[in-house]
Design a protein around this ligand. Sequence first.
Ligand SMILES: CC(C)(COP(=O)(O)OP(=O)(O)OC[C@H]1O[C@@H](n2cnc3c(N)ncnc32)[C@H](O)[C@@H]1OP(=O)(O)O)[C@@H](O)C(=O)NCCC(=O)NCCS
Length: 170
Amino acid sequence: MNAGFALRALTPADPADWPLWRDARTAALADAPYAFKVRLADWSAGGEEQWRARFARVDALHVVAVAADGRPVGLAGGVPGDGVSELRSVWVGPGARGQGVGDRLIAAVEAWARLRGSAALRLAVLPGNTAAVALYRRHGFVETGPPEGPDRAEGPDGTAERVMVKRLTG
Ligand SMILES: CC(C)(COP(=O)(O)OP(=O)(O)OC[C@H]1O[C@@H](n2cnc3c(N)ncnc32)[C@H](O)[C@@H]1OP(=O)(O)O)[C@@H](O)C(=O)NCCC(=O)NCCS
């Protein structure tokens, strides 16, 4: 627990938790469209249903940083893969940046991935997002190059997103 915020791992079965995740996620997409492949506009075009289905996955992790007044000020997700888990949806609200919220969120997802026995934690970051890359590097993530296939995304300058990986074993 930090003076300004607390982390909460959300539970799909708790009726209060989906609205908290939804509010955090829509705040993130409204605040930092440059950082995410999905757009706020996707929300009304089937995105809500899709994201709700992911939220309902009991094997995924959804963590929200909540301010003293109950507002979500940050979030991160963990999605299990084939031996490698994914760090997704990282966001810290503008008023809460530079206070270690991102550190705590990433540490929570990493701890979850280790408990699952994941060999590595992987993420994708869009080009030009230097604040995020600095944070990930500090946590031991290493760039591996752009992904191929349907998940490939490009930044405004046409550069492919960067994949960063942190080995958790060996
Ligand atoms: C990237 C992000 C999660 C960092 O969160 P944070 O809790 O502020 O993390 P930190 O305090 O460790 O700061 C990380 C970097 O952000 C920058 N930063 C620090 N304080 C900041 C502030 N008040 N405002 C803006 N950027 C700041 C610094 O470059 C810092 O790197 P450094 O430690 O090498 O100086 C946050 O800026 C964010 O949510 N940005 C928009 C969404 C996003 O980019 N998500 C990542 C998608 S891959």
